[in-house]
Structure formats: C-alpha cells, structure tokens
Design a protein around this ligand. Structure first.
Ligand SMILES: [Zn+2]
Length: 488
C-alpha cells in the first residue's frame, strides 16, 4: 500500500514535470483581442515614420534588381528594430531575409520595392511627368515593402513582449516586375522552413486575394545576321530584323491554335539602328502566359521552334535567354477566411475633404465609369473568382513552398488601374499611405492569429497539401542565374 502510494506520488511528480516542460515550450496564453487592438495602435502610432519611408522609396523609384537604396532603407529599418538581416541572398544583391525570434512557427511576410520604367509622375491629379526621371512606382511597391516591414516590426514586439515562441521573417523580394525575383529565392530554399507566408498588393479596393494568377514564361530572342549597305549591296546582307518579323508573324498565326486562355505578347527591343544599314542584330522580348504552367511550357516550346524557323528562313542565327518564369498562384481558403476577419476589423480608407477633391480629379481622367469614391472605405466580401485574372506574379512560386495568403488594400482611388500614371500619383499621397496602413495592420493581425492559434496553421497546411497535390516544384526558368541586367 505504502509502496503503491510512493509510486503514485513519483508518477504524479513526473507527470507534473513533463507538464511544466510542455508548458515552457508553448507560448503563454495571450488575450488575442487585446493584442490585436494594441498592434493596430502600435502601427498607427508610427504612421508618420512609415509614410516617410514609403515616400522616400516612391522618390527613389528604382528598377528591378537595381533597388539598392530602397532595399538598404528597409534593411536598416528592420535592423534598427532588432532584426538580423541576411543580405544578398539567392545571388541577388538587393534581396534579403530579416529574421527575429526562434523556433516554430515560422511566419514569413513578403516585401517588394521595385518600380516600373517610363512611368515617372508627380503626386498630382493630372498627368505630369518628372523631367529626367526614368521610372515611377506605378504598382505601389514602395507601399508594399513598407507595410510588410511595419507588420514585421509589430510582430517582433509581440514575440518580445509576450514571450511568444516562434520566428518572424520579412523577405525583401526584388524585381517583381518581370524579374521573377522570388523564384530565385524559392529555388534557393529560403522558404523551406516557413509555415505560412503573408503578402499583399496595393490596389483600388480592400479585399482578400481569391483570384489565382497566370503562369508565365518570358524570353528575349536574339537574331544575328549580316550587315550591308541596304541600297548598294542588299544581296550581301542578312537582316536580323526580318527574322524578328518572321517570328512575330508566325506567333501571331499561332494565336488561333493555342488554348483559349493563352496570352502572348511581345516588344521589339532592338530593331536595328538605321534604314540604310541591314541590321545584323535584332531582339524581341516575349511573354507566354496561361493559367496552367504545363500549357505555358508547351506553348513556349512552340515559340522557340518558330524562332528557329524564322532564323532558317532569313539566313540568320538565333539564341534566346529566358528572363522570367512564374507559377500560377495557389489559394488557401483557411487563411483567406482568417485574413478577411482581420481586414474587416481594420476597415478601409477614409478620405479627407482634400483627398476627395483629389480623387474626383483622378476619376475624371479615366474615361470610364469608376466605382464610388466611398468604396475605398469599405471591405469587399470574400469571394473566389472563377477566372484566373490577367496578371502573373512571382508570389505564385512562393505559394508552392507553403500555405500563402494575400490581400489588396485601397492605396489608389477606386477605379485606378495598376501600371498607370494615376497609380503613381495616388501612391505619392496620403491616400497611398493610408491604404498601406490597412495592409500593415491586417497582415499583423493575421500573423497574431497564426502565432497564437497552432490549429489554424495545421488546417492551412492540410489544405495546402491537398491543393498542391503531388507536384514537385520546379522553377519555370530552369537553372539560370538571376537576370540582374534585365532592365538594361
Ligand atoms: Zn505589383
């Protein structure tokens, strides 16, 4: 009896010990609601600082892989706030991973910061370029990166102050616009230990991203011929421009014989220098897009065959360089539903009377009927779109590395399209900065859910495994090194 009693006590003691060690590994219970309220206030309190960072990057307007100052500013902000920054990852000088905390879960937030060529615009509601400026933030990536940094810093505070276990990583992702920056980062294994990835994109409404994206493969085809005097000795010349035109003609005929949702577009990036010289060099830059990556691959191979044919027929030679390649985007409903609740809690963007005047002028420039200005203050209900949309994104490749969720925030006046002067103009004002805060807060709140509710991560992962199926990820751009000079 006594013996049994001691054995019972001993067993009980061990159970108690193991409970203690279990409890230590787990994060302490936190009041989710109070933490969220304080996170929103914490981000809002730094509105001026974050606006200032975003406006500096709006002004830098650096092109893909050339975002030296923009990337450095984000890295410094994160470092000043206690993050450890690993810079120059995946053989990309402007890519970085900023980390705080340790152990599981690992939550990643994506940050972009590249601008678009030829879209310099002042922060005014009429088309007004900036003389001598080669680029502008027409996709709002200056806001994108800054909101992600802001959310990361707020989560760092949570981990530190509430002694929560886990790791927050802010991924500095260069060259989204055609450079496929994230693809190299995925290929380098930088997302291998991440449980969930959160991202957003500047837009003209507040909504959760429930539209997939087109897979995309792009390349520059370069033809080499023989130059000669175009009038005095044309028979000695072989025109590389003829070859480009032959390729374009064949691809334009091919359009009739590709699956319905295919998108193919090109620009001639070099067509020779003078009409009286037979061009010995010409280059054309192609994009091939389709909702399914398998179709993109096979249509792209047909374009390559057409290029060979064009070279053969014009007596020239051809080589090509793959510039980019991105996957379609895997959606995650579990995470989308969680993020929707947070977006509804944060709410949309309210304009001042001056901003309403600005918005009216922007909308008057559209030439089509835009949604009401007040919709900037609203949050759209969550809804999966049956079509894939017309865009491609390198977030697609990230979405194959782990459960990924994203949203749009109204950084632009309702009705504004991306890649327009109106988007650059809005992004340079308080309208853009306020939309950025909606994104920063919603991402931070969603990360709080993930850090405090392990079951949410498990559910998201189960859905991810089901959606991805047995596909083994392989980058569409193969083994090529990052196309660091694709904007030259
Ligand atoms: Zn973009």
């Amino acid at each position: 009896m006594r013996k049994q009693f001691f054995a019972g006590i001993t067993a009980g003691f061990f159970i108690f010990l193991s409970f203690l060690s279990f409890a230590q590994k787990k994060s302490p219970a936190v009041n989710n609601d109070a933490v969220k309220t304080s996170a929103m206030a914490g981000i809002q309190a730094k509105y001026d600082d974050y606006k200032n960072i975003a406006m500096q990057i709006w002004d830098f307007a650096e092109l893909g892989y050339k975002e030296v100052k923009s990337s450095a500013l984000h890295q410094k902000t994160l470092q000043d706030n206690g993050f450890t920054v690993q810079a120059g990852v995946a053989d990309i000088p402007t890519a970085f991973v900023a980390t705080y905390g340790s152990g599981k879960p690992v939550i990643g937030i994506l940050a972009e910061f590249d601008a678009l060529p030829g879209l310099a615009q002042q922060a005014v509601p009429e088309k007004k370029t900036i003389e001598g400026k080669p680029a502008g933030h027409a996709c709002g990536h200056h806001l994108f990166g800054t909101a992600s940094v802001a959310a990361g810093i707020e989560i760092k505070k949570l981990i530190e102050e509430k002694k929560i276990s886990g790791t927050i990583k802010v991924y500095g992702c260069p060259a989204e616009e055609g450079g496929s920056g994230k693809v190299y980062m995925v290929r380098a294994g930088l997302f291998n230990d991440v449980d969930v990835v959160i991202h957003w994109h500047p837009g003209a409404d507040n909504s959760i991203t429930m539209t997939s994206a087109l897979a995309n493969k792009s390349a520059k085809f370069r033809f080499h011929g023989l130059s000669a005097h175009a009038a005095a000795a044309p028979e000695r010349g072989r025109s590389a421009l003829d070859a480009v035109e032959a390729l374009d003609y064949m691809v334009n005929m091919m359009r009739e014989h590709v699956p319905q949702e295919t998108r193919i577009h090109y620009v001639i990036t070099n067509g020779g220098k003078a009409p009286n010289v037979v061009p010995d060099f010409a280059e054309v830059y192609y994009y091939v897009r389709h909702p399914k990556r398998e179709d993109v691959m096979s249509i792209f191979d047909r374009v390559v065959k057409a290029a060979d044919g064009a070279a053969m027929g014009t007596g020239t030679t051809v080589d090509y360089e793959i510039i980019g390649g991105t996957h379609d985007l895997l959606l995650n409903h579990t995470l989308g539903d969680a993020m929707q609740k947070n977006l509804e809690r944060v709410g949309g963007v309210n304009y001042t009377p001056e901003e309403i005047e600005f918005a009216k002028k922007i909308q008057a420039s559209f030439g089509y009927k835009p949604p009401a200005i007040e919709t900037a203050a609203m949050v759209k209900p969550i809804k999966e779109e049956s079509n894939t949309g017309g865009a491609s994104t390198d977030v697609g490749d990230v979405s194959y590395a782990g459960p990924t969720v994203g949203m749009s925030a109204a950084t632009w006046v309702p009705g504004t399209s991306a890649h327009s002067w109106q988007a650059v103009a809005c992004g340079g004002t308080g309208i853009g900065a306020k939309g950025m805060m909606v994104a920063a807060k919603t991402m931070a709140l969603t990360a709080i859910d993930l850090f405090t509710t392990p079951a949410l991560i498990e559910k998201a992962k189960t859905e991810f495994v089901k959606t991805k199926g047995d596909y083994q990820y392989k980058a569409l751009l193969g083994e090529r090194k990052p196309a660091l000079n694709y904007r030259d």
